[in-house]
Design a protein around this ligand. Structure first.
Ligand code: GLN
Length: 304
């Protein structure tokens, strides 16, 4: 399939809609300043074909897309022991909700809500993983040097009362081992990683190739079984309380972030990334989801 004309046609259809719906994340001051009228899309197939359109090379804050990569590191290093602290069920609640945590004694529903990602950050710290290790991992996967946006990290730290509450609440149940300040520092930095659609489409490539390195095919970023399971979690939990709707209308494993990016995977075929900063009420990119729906419709690609 020649993907370039398909991405060009999606870009042409989305562009007139920019600025006409949704809202950029404004609860993180540094994100509130990002212009809403942007759209990018990029993909890379398992055999190395690439296509991109629109603002595919403009960097943005990857936010919760980072949860995909910290989860991968934790699964690879801990195996099934990770699931003693974190569940694998959709939450059906907003990504920053506190309500289920009390009823479930501080065990987050899944690794893609904030509580779950904070618990993963705690596991990584216990394993000796540091911020620099995460950046090295992202750089190796995308084939280019990747950095934190320190202004976004500082902005999140200055306003992250809910995330601190989640971390402290889990700590009160004995479910966080490290110092809360160190755990949220890693979490705020992972959210503040800056990447563009092309880099993210590269980095997520191990998920469509049974865990092999996205650019050179080396084993193994994750085992084939782990890669399958990460895709399963993306489908069921990757877009928060909209995951059912996304499975219904797009039919691909996706992971979104409040910076407006969404990574999607077509197993055994390709990985792609869309970006548009204005969000819908669930915190997913409004036009990013629309673009993925157009992509699934035009290519006939879906896991179903
Ligand atoms: N940094 C954001 C937060 O903690 C990430 C949320 C997201 O992208 N859904 O609220």
């Amino acid at each position: 399939m020649n993907f370039q004309p398909i991405l060009d046609s999606i870009d042409a259809e989305i562009r007139p809609l920019l600025g006409r719906g949704g809202q950029v994340a404004n609860y993180i001051p540094a994100l509130a300043r990002v212009p809403a009228e942007r759209f990018g899309i990029a993909l890379r197939t398992c055999d190395g074909q690439e296509a991109r359109a629109g603002d595919a090379e403009t960097p943005f804050s990857i936010q919760s897309i980072s949860k995909l990569f910290t989860l991968t590191r934790a699964m690879r290093r801990m195996g099934d022991a990770l699931w003693e602290r974190i569940g694998r069920e959709p939450s059906g609640n907003p990504f920053n909700s506190l309500v289920q945590l009390e009823a479930e004694q501080g065990k987050p529903r899944n690794p893609f809500i904030n509580a779950g990602a904070i618990a993963v950050a705690d596991r990584l710290l216990s394993l000796g993983d540091r911020k620099a290790d995460l950046l090295a991992f992202m750089s190796e996967l995308s084939g280019e040097p990747i950095a934190f946006d320190d202004e976004v990290a500082a902005s999140e730290a200055a306003t992250g009362y809910r995330n601190l509450a989640l971390a402290n609440f889990m700590k009160s149940f004995g479910k966080i081992d490290n110092d809360v300040a160190a755990v949220v520092d890693l979490y705020f930095h992972q959210c503040a990683i800056r990447m563009n659609c092309v880099q993210l489409a590269h980095a997520a490539g191990f998920l469509c190739r049974d865990g092999a390195h996205p650019l050179d095919g080396r084993p193994e970023v994750a085992s084939a079984r782990q890669a399958r399971r990460i895709n399963a979690l993306m489908l069921t939990c990757g877009t928060y309380d909209a995951a059912g709707d996304v499975a219904f209308s797009i039919g691909l494993p996706c992971k979104s972030g409040v910076g407006g990016g969404i990574v999607a995977v077509v197993p055994d075929k390709l990985s792609l990334c869309v970006w548009s900063p204005a969000l819908d009420h669930s915190g997913n990119s409004l036009l990013g989801l629309k673009a993925l729906e157009l992509f699934a419709g035009r290519t006939g690609l879906s896991i179903f």
